[in-house]
Design a protein. Structure first.
Length: 475
């Protein structure tokens, strides 16, 4: 399965999308990409894969959702020997959520060979099962720096066979104060290896990391270009004190099912939440003060469309892979135009249209000018008066999340829950949305109209042959 053929000379990433076929990938891997319907490379993949498949170290800068995971997963999988039961690649991520997203994506791609084991090693879970999994042999580990360090210290993780080290969301890891941990872990990796670093921005620490732990890294930086017409950007002039109320007006006018609202501070997130609640709009927020379980619940409800508004700071929202985002609202204009472009790039993905709505007080005008210059477009100004605020129809998400106590530990699988709802309980497949199984709980989205009845019927029936406790996550 190893493929050490040199990469053919490729033209720099061009306007037209390129097929993966031009890369030195094995036929089995190409077949998996077709199966996943990855027909063409994303720009960061097209720019970086020819370099990384040829063995170079890489520093890459690209926005969230640009396909960075496959950009590092393909080179590490290409080098991997599935018959060698040792850790050959390691990916460091800032948080458990991101580590889990990366683990899932690598697992999907790793299906090109039998029995490639990808293990996620993060804090917040018990050490012992992780140690046992490591004893059984893993080919690839994905984890947070602190937990990886713990395993190294206890001797449960051996890196002698490692040939690839990836630092994903490196700027975020530095934000979180992981420099020393990353350095500690990197020092224990064999010198003969490929190192790839991915980052959305370039704070000082990145250069220091690169200098200490990378060999002649190639750099790929993709200035973001959004396809015209997909993201419709509008600026609203507001007085500072009407800012939060204006968010409610925008939501009631545009009525998006999923909106990410960016605030510059945590306090503003909390204030906005209060204002929205008072208007009967259910919103949730992500911040560093939440426990892991609470964070999981917020993200699950947002992703399965049972919460329409997620309020977050840039740091809290970094790296989240959220599909189907109809709108991004900038509650404040950020001083950094790159961050602005990064924020609005989260809507209008794939073939969907998206709204990028920004609220600007007179003191923000300079910021808007800088953004407009960088985007090469005239800002489109609108007034709050143009919004139809008379629509008093409440803004209600289409789904409700039910929490079932019992998850991976009880060996519950999505199919068990779907089976219980569509079997004995008598609902249809169409009334059931996304099902997410975590260690201790299972979350299932159902259409709002059947939520109460679904709780009743699930509680009086059985899931996987057992009576379960069920509740709706609504208050
Ligand atoms: P990033 O790490 O840059 O935020 P991800 O690696 O999480 O982005 O990818 C975002 C989404 O795009 C994922 O759902 C992934 O499955 C999908 N994806 C990645 N590469 C491709 C591709 N070449 N074609 C289609 N979809 C892709
Ligand atoms: Mg990523």
């Amino acid at each position: 399965m190893t493929n050490s053929a040199p990469s053919p000379a490729l033209p720099a990433a061009s306007e037209s999308a390129q097929s993966f076929d031009v890369l030195p990938l094995s036929p089995a891997l190409l077949a998996i990409l077709r199966q996943l319907e990855y027909h063409t490379m994303t720009p960061i993949q097209a720019a970086s894969l020819p370099l990384t498949l040829a063995g170079h170290d890489l520093i890459a800068q690209a926005k969230t959702g640009s396909g960075k995971t496959a950009a590092f997963a393909l080179p590490l999988l290409t080098k991997l020997n599935p018959r060698r039961f040792a850790v050959q690649a390691m990916v460091l991520c800032p948080t458990r959520e991101l580590a889990e997203q990366v683990t899932q994506e690598i697992r999907r791609l790793a299906r090109f060979a039998d029995n490639i084991k990808v293990l996620s090693l993060c804090g917040g879970s018990i050490m012992r099962p992780q140690r046992e999994s490591l004893e059984h042999g893993a080919h690839i580990v994905v984890g947070t720096p602190g937990r990886i360090m713990d395993h190294l210290d206890r001797g449960s993780l051996n890196l002698d066979a490692l040939n690839t080290l990836v630092l994903d969301e490196a700027d975020r890891m530095l934000d979180m104060g992981f420099y020393d941990q990353i350095a500690y872990v990197a020092k224990q990796c064999p010198l003969q290896r490929q190192t790839m670093l991915f980052s959305a921005t370039y704070p000082d620490g990145i250069g220091r990391l690169a200098q200490r732990f990378m060999r002649k890294p190639q750099e790929v930086k993709l200035l973001e270009q959004h396809e015209h017409g997909k993201i419709r950007q509008r600026f609203y002039e507001v007085k500072h004190e009407e800012r939060l109320q204006a968010v409610a007006l925008l939501l009631k006018h545009y009525r998006p099912v999923s909106t990410l609202a960016f605030c510059n501070t945590k306090q503003q997130c909390r204030d906005l939440l209060d204002v929205l609640y008072a208007q009967g709009i259910k919103a949730l927020t992500l911040n560093g003060d939440l426990e892991q379980r609470e964070r999981d619940q917020v993200l699950i409800q947002f992703a399965n469309r049972s919460c329409s508004v997620l309020v977050a700071t840039d740091v809290a929202a970094r790296g989240l892979d959220i599909a189907q985002l109809e709108a991004v609202i900038n509650v404040d204009v950020t001083p950094d135009p790159e961050i602005h472009i990064h924020r609005i790039g989260r809507t209008g993905r794939a073939d969907e249209d998206g709204w990028a709505l920004s609220l600007c007080s007179p003191s923000d005008m300079r910021r808007v000018e800088t953004i407009a210059k960088m985007m090469g477009a005239e800002p489109e100004w609108h007034t709050l008066d143009s919004l139809q605020s008379d629509s008093d129809k409440p803004l209600v998400p289409p789904m409700v999340t039910l929490q079932i106590l019992g998850g991976r530990k009880e060996k519950i699988r999505p199919g068990d829950v779907l089976g219980a709802l569509t079997g004995e309980a008598g609902f249809t497949r169409e009334q059931v949305g996304k099902i997410t199984v975590t260690d201790m709980s299972t979350y299932v989205a159902v259409v709002r109209g059947i939520a109460r009845e679904a709780v009743k019927r699930l509680s009086s029936g059985k899931v996987k042959g057992k009576v379960v406790k069920v509740r709706a996550l609504e208050d």
